[in-house]
Design a protein around this ligand. Structure first.
Ligand code: NAP
Length: 286
């Protein structure tokens, strides 16, 4: 039976560390604060926002929601994002995407200052991640993967890591962060040939595909560590969600595996808080 790499222990340790860092900032008269920019009120956004607020509360991090109507104009919204960006009280910015279709999302993303861009919306932040410049924040999910690997003391140096998925939100940045730790990376995608064979050659397999339970026992081998980033509607259990990995098929084979739910996804909001605290510390040269 594989060891289940649960997110809760990671979250608890990060909360303890961040609570202290927030207190230390407050002792200097600095109140770190996350700004949440939301257009409209999509249920998914509200759900994530609720989780983010709760996590902020749990470590003493302040937050402010900047809410705009669904039909906000490009001009008004650009101005609003610039104002939040220039607001000295706001250290980190989370903006929900996708934005409504009438807005030029690429342009809006570019208006979020890189030093406050705690979920990597601006391509300038992605550039920093790719250049190993640690003043740019990766998206929260790839950082959550790295924080899990670090917490569970999983060695990366020289290891063969296969990442399935090449999106700018997960696949590509997680590959860059793993390479920063001296792993040897193979990035796979929908056109990769012999995918099961390539995956089975890895020491660590990261699945970021968006296909429920696609990775089954034919993709893995004994001794592997499997990080499942997927969040999908579970075709076998209506109303529940599952990963990109078929847990029941893979878990008996591999050495360690992150569950879904309760794995990578459960670490994402505390990473958002960590990035905001880091942004605040950097903005005050601490
Ligand atoms: P995405 O933008 O749709 O990218 C999916 C990637 O998987 C693409 O690179 C695609 O290849 C590849 N792919 C699709 N079908 C494939 C197949 N049959 N074989 C091999 N590769 C295949 O998705 P994403 O935003 O990266 O998200 C990936 C998963 O992570 C989703 O389940 C999403 O819900 C989840 N997610 C979780 C969190 C979290 O907090 N845990 C955050 C973000 C996303 P091509 O490039 O060739 O199309």
């Amino acid at each position: 039976m594989a060891e289940s790499l649960k997110g809760k222990a990671v979250v608890d340790a990060m909360k303890a560390d961040l609570t202290q860092r927030v207190e230390a900032l407050k002792a200097r008269g600095i109140t770190p604060k996350l700004g949440i920019i939301r257009v409209g009120a999509r249920p998914d956004d509200l759900f994530y926002e609720g989780g983010a607020k709760k996590t902020c509360d749990s470590i003493g991090l302040a937050y402010q929601v900047f809410e705009y109507p669904e039909d906000v104009s490009q001009e008004a919204f650009e101005q609003a994002v610039l104002e939040v960006g220039a607001n000295k009280e706001i250290n980190g910015i989370l903006m929900f995407a996708p934005l409504p279709k009438h807005l030029d999302e690429k342009k809006i993303r570019s208006l979020i200052p890189v030093e406050k861009d705690v979920d990597c919306m601006n391509l300038g932040s992605a550039g920093k991640v790719f250049a190993d410049d640690q003043t740019g924040f990766p998206p929260c999910t790839p950082t959550a993967c790295m924080d899990m690997l670090k917490f569970y003391n999983i060695p990366l140096k020289g290891k063969k890591v296969v990442v399935v998925g090449r999106s700018l939100v997960v696949g590509k940045p997680v590959a860059m962060l793993l390479m920063r730790e001296h792993a040897t990376i193979t990035i796979c995608h929908s056109r990769t040939e012999n995918l099961p064979e390539v995956c089975a050659g890895a020491d660590i397999l990261v699945a970021a595909i968006g296909k429920a339970k696609m990775i089954d026992s034919s993709y893995v081998k004994p001794g592997q560590i499997v990080i499942d980033v997927g969040i999908n509607a579970d075709p076998d259990n209506p109303g529940k969600y599952c990963g990109d990995v078929d847990f029941a098929s893979v878990e008996p084979v591999v050495e360690k595996i992150t569950p879904v739910p309760g794995g990578v996804g459960s670490v994402t909001t505390i990473v958002l808080c960590k990035h905001t605290v880091m942004a605040c510390e950097m903005q005050h040269n601490l």
